[in-house]
Design a binder for this molecule. Structure first.
Ligand code: CMX
Length: 433
């Protein structure tokens, strides 16, 4: 059975569960909302549903019930490689089933067939000022491809609630197949003297991305690992939530993902990986190029906090322990680049930053998140242009959010529309008015 057929049967099996909950148990309470949550960014309010991943505050992310090491261990890998096919991970996120090698091969073939990027996308990227941020370029490339949308076409032909997920799936697959090539094009155009590399149709997604970036193995495994660990972090984070929100209006996957990428571009979200490297470079410069000691780092961390800035790569809205996505990257570094200077600096920050954040007493989570480590491996393989790092996050994040909006459509989730209240009303609730 093809991925789409397997997905269709999963959707058929799942729909009655959602319908039963809605019809027979719609009044059961999931939680309550406090004033702190209403003012404070809805932190912890349980009002979204996804089965694709779940974020436990202490354990971290599970994709379809599996931890990151379990996912890496279970999914088929290209011959001789340490990390799984991204295409097989897409299959797994969509269906919850670990695909066989044959099933993965089919998805790899399908992605290859959809890989070519339309020339007008390239033209638009080339027309943008060369100093545009890579995230602005990535977002623009996605939105300009909207004319390809099969969902939009199906909608024009007459919207059918039961089959709408199919064109959402098609759009999602089309976008995912093209996105790594688009990101690599942006990279080579902006930072490698405008020398884009043609795709290699013999390679899988991770392998071809490394090829189009112009970087030798094991960067292909780095790509596979990055795309998988950055893919999904349940539904409430800003990029996933934005994608879901926009898709909930019956917008197509192009509109929705482009918006989600814009949310990811913020310094408190995906751009934190760029900020981390910027911060470390600032420390190096201030020390005249010398590798900072733990004492130097303590001084700079306090300076950052005292100037009212956040320590990028630390803290989290949900997590309360070291992010397993940080741990996965650290494990890679211990294996492949244990003596790298930047890795040592990031490890030293890990030793001192949590205590400093605890002493400052503001952050609820003093531990590192995924972004604290993302730059190290990229830098090591020559991707030193750190404003590109969030674009790498974006390619990975697309996998999770596109799987989510395909399922949103399959289960007929309605337009999202939470209710706001006024400050007067809150004061009444608080009993001070
Ligand atoms: N450095 C300094 N202060 C921090 C901090 C950090 N790393 N993390 C949180 N705080 C502060 C908050 O700014 C807030 O201060 P105020 O009360 O003055 O507003 C206080 O601690 C409480 O915040 P919190 O409840 O612990 O954290 P939030 O849920 O509000 O925010 C996050 C979460 C990630 C935005 C925040 O920890 C942060 O700004 N971290 C640095 C940026 C970063 O790494 N972002 C990437 C997150 C992962 C991702 O999505 O990519």
């Amino acid at each position: 059975m093809s991925l789409k057929d397997v997905l269709a049967s999963k959707i058929e099996a799942h729909r009655p569960r959602t319908q039963k909950l809605l019809k027979e148990h719609s009044d059961a309470k999931v939680g309550e909302v406090t004033i702190a949550q209403a003012i404070g960014g809805a932190r912890g309010v349980r009002c979204l549903v996804t089965d694709i991943s779940y974020l436990d505050p202490v354990e971290g992310i599970r994709f379809r019930g599996k931890t990151i090491p379990e996912v890496m261990g279970a999914l088929p890998k290209p011959p001789g490689k340490d990390y799984p096919y991204v295409e097989g991970f897409w299959y797994y996120l969509l269906t919850g089933d670990v695909p066989t090698k044959i099933e993965v091969d089919e998805v790899v073939a399908e992605f290859k067939a959809r890989r070519p990027v339309p020339q007008y996308v390239i033209d638009v990227l080339r027309a943008m000022p060369r100093d545009s941020h890579p995230m602005a370029m990535l977002s623009a490339a996605i939105i300009v491809m909207r004319r390809e949308s099969k969902f939009a076409e199906a909608y024009e032909a007459g919207y059918d609630r039961m089959t709408a997920w199919e064109s959402m799936y098609e759009d999602s697959t089309d976008i995912l197949a093209k996105l790594p090539g688009i990101a690599a094009y942006i990279y080579r155009m902006k930072y490698r003297a405008d020398t884009p590399i043609e795709p290699d149709m013999d390679l899988d997604m991770g392998g071809n991305f490394a090829h189009q970036m112009g970087i030798d193995p094991p960067y292909d495994d780095v790509a596979r690992m990055y795309f998988i660990i950055h893919s999904d972090h349940e539904s409430g984070n800003a990029s996933a939530h934005t994608t879901h929100l926009v898709a909930s209006t019956l917008s197509d996957a192009y509109y929705a993902l482009s918006a989600g990428i814009n949310a990811l571009a913020g310094p408190l979200h995906g751009r934190a990986n760029q900020e981390v490297l910027g911060w470390i470079q600032h420390v190096f410069e201030a020390l005249g190029g010398k590798v900072p000691t733990e004492e130097d780092l303590k001084k700079f961390l306090w300076e950052t906090l005292n100037s009212g800035q956040v320590i990028p790569g630390y803290g989290h809205a949900v997590l309360r322990k070291t992010d397993p996505r940080y741990a996965a990257q650290r494990e890679y570094c211990l294996k492949y680049l244990p003596d790298d200077d930047l890795f040592k600096v990031v490890s030293s920050i890990y030793k001192v930053a949590p205590d400093i954040l605890l002493e400052q007493g503001k952050a609820k989570n003093p531990w590192p998140n995924v972004d604290a480590h993302s730059g190290v491996i990229q830098w090591y393989y020559g991707v030193k242009e750190y404003d590109f790092y969030t674009a790498l996050f974006g390619v990975g994040r697309a996998i999770g959010v596109l799987a989510n909006i395909t399922w949103d459509r399959a289960l007929g989730y309605p337009i999202e529309r939470p209710k706001s209240v006024t400050t007067d009303m809150l004061e009444e609730v608080a009993g001070i008015k």
